[in-house]
Ligand binder design. Structure first.
Ligand code: BLA
Length: 516
């Protein structure tokens, strides 16, 4: 066993260059503007009625005929696809009696990828009902009273629409690990609600794709990958970037992982908040492979977009009262500040002080060479060293609910300050405010041992990473962490900083005038 094995291996797999697709469609790689076929998936016969050797080197007309090719050219000229996967049109391949959806995207290397998926007549007929259902769901989502109820409803509705036997909302933590925060699961299956998964389970290349494509579908975990073939005039053809392809063959690390979990099919959509990756909706099917037609996928994608947009509002709504209280307390504090003309005295000694208004355990004010403390805080030398460290950072604000991870000396005082919310007045000096939160000894349920995300198989004479096979509940007491800082608390700290700065500037000006 190699003790030095590096789990970032998973972060290095170039999953976009898979060189193969899943079998629920066919893919052609073309060169523009001639639309000559450079590569074809080995299964084109199944969807287009022509084997790859009859396509490679030919123009797309052999598949679509002249009229449909003219239509395709027109659509392509209207759309600079910019990578984004687009449904272009429904087509009837000349050599096949079944119609297809045709999707397209352009790679950064200027290649055109065309993907063909069989058109599902029943899904097309059912689409209007489905869109009505999405509409009703949106209205119901808007009416949910809390973020918790919002996600419970979102996963239940997506399960109703898709028929997957498990649908989860998964939220990322800052370190890349994550937690199942809502779940709708078929009776009889064990629940994953509340389980935490380590960052290594979803490596960086997969996260990159989450931002590019909103929806990824794996209808059959046990599928046989279909290779991409190149023509004889293109020996050793360059690997094609399949980042936007919906048919891309996925990593064996992922399929192995799902097989270990007893999962037969998945559908994963992205959740963004303020443009950043926030979480996922992950759908799993345990009973059998499960293919979701294009019409249903669009409905889920639309819901995922709406969930992303609405959840920020829900989050804000949920803390509305607290936000109002923070605002009112800030106003009172500033009034007092301008009346007293004394920063330390006002912020620390007069009620409401900077601590009572914000949910924290201690506060430190460092200004004009003076340090004032209130509540439970680290010692004065520890705070001054921390202020010096903060002053080396380019940002004027800092929020962490695991300070010892960001600043290792904090391990010495983590029981009183595992959480830190800090603002500095300026880049010129370490002066500013720090709120502390005590360590929150919480028990976290991990699905498997997060320190051992893979098992190692060296039986074949080579060391290979295998997805973990044990999903036994593994409990870890998380040390060195506090409750998270809410967005409204961070905003409050920033607003207070701006107002205090305003006070300092006016106060200095006032003193200057007096001394003139
Ligand atoms: C991909 N792993 C993924 C994806 C998810 C997870 C959601 C993206 C799938 C997609 O885009 O369709 C993991 N799914 C989860 C988790 C939950 C869930 C945690 O529902 C929790 C509820 N996987 C491992 C380990 C490695 C690994 C140890 O567990 C590597 C050593 C690799 N996972 C891995 C790879 C991918 C992946 C390489 C990308 C697959 C691909 O798109 O090609």
């Amino acid at each position: 066993m190699n003790a030095e094995l590096d789990f970032t291996n998973c972060d290095r797999e170039q999953i976009q260059y898979a060189g193969a697709i899943q079998p629920h469609g066919a893919l052609l790689v073309l060169q523009e503007p001639g639309l000559r076929i450079l590569q074809a998936s080995a299964n084109t016969d199944d969807y287009l009625g022509l084997a790859p050797d009859r396509l490679l080197g030919q123009g797309i007309e052999v598949v679509l005929g002249e009229a449909a090719t003219a239509g395709l050219r027109e659509r392509l000229s209207m759309q600079r696809l910019n990578g984004v996967l687009l449904r272009l049109m429904a087509v009837q391949p000349l050599a096949c009696d079944k119609p297809c959806h045709l999707f397209g995207n352009r790679t950064d290397d200027g290649l055109l990828l065309l993907e063909f998926e069989r058109l599902d007549e029943a899904a097309r007929v059912g689409a209007p009902d489905l869109y009505q259902e999405v509409h009703t769901t949106l209205q119901r989502l808007q009416a949910t009273p809390t973020l918790h109820a919002f996600f419970d409803l979102a996963v239940a509705e997506i399960r109703a629409i898709t028929g997957f036997d498990r649908v989860m909302a998964y939220r990322f933590d800052v370190d890349g690990s994550g937690e199942v925060i809502a779940e709708s699961v078929q009776e009889g299956l064990e629940t994953y609600l509340g389980l935490h998964y380590p960052a290594a389970d979803i490596p960086e290349p997969a996260r990159r794709l989450f931002r590019l494509t909103w929806l990824r579908h794996l209808p059959d975990v046990d599928y046989q990958p279909v290779p991409l073939l190149a023509g004889p005039d293109h020996p050793g053809a360059v690997p094609v970037d399949l980042s936007y392809s919906f048919l891309r063959s996925v990593s064996v690390m992922y399929t192995g992982y799902l097989q270990n979990m007893g999962v037969k099919a998945t559908l994963v959509t992205t959740l963004l908040k303020d443009g950043k990756l926030w979480g996922l909706i992950s759908c799993m099917h345990h009973a059998a492979p499960k293919y979701l037609p294009y019409e249903t996928r669009v409905a889920v994608e639309c819901l995922a977009h709406m969930v992303s947009l609405l959840m920020s509002g829900k989050d804000a709504e949920e803390h509305y009262g607290y936000r109002l209280r923070l605002g009112a307390a800030r106003e009172q504090l500033l009034d007092a500040l301008f009346r007293n003309n004394a920063l330390h005295q006002t912020l620390i000694q007069i009620r409401p002080d900077v601590l009572t208004m914000l949910d924290a355990d201690g506060v430190a004010l460092f200004s004009d060479g003076r340090l004032s403390l209130l509540g439970r805080t680290p010692s004065a030398p520890e705070i001054l060293a921390l202020a010096d460290w903060l002053a080396t950072r380019s940002e004027l604000s800092f929020a962490s609910h695991h300070l010892p991870l960001d600043y290792p000396p904090a391990a010495a005082f983590q029981s009183v300050a595992s959480g830190l919310l800090a603002v500095r007045w300026s880049h010129a000096a370490p002066d500013g405010l720090m709120w502390f939160r005590a360590e929150w000894q919480q028990v976290v349920d991990w699905a498997g041992d997060p320190h051992k995300p893979v098992e190692i198989d060296d039986t074949a004479g080579e060391i290979r990473l295998l997805p973990r096979t044990s999903f036994a509940l593994w409990k870890e007491t998380v040390a060195g962490q506090s409750r998270r800082w809410l967005d409204c608390e961070i905003e409050h700290a920033l607003e207070l900083r701006r107002e205090i700065l305003d006070f300092i500037v006016r106060h200095t000006e006032h003193l200057r005038r007096i001394n003139l």
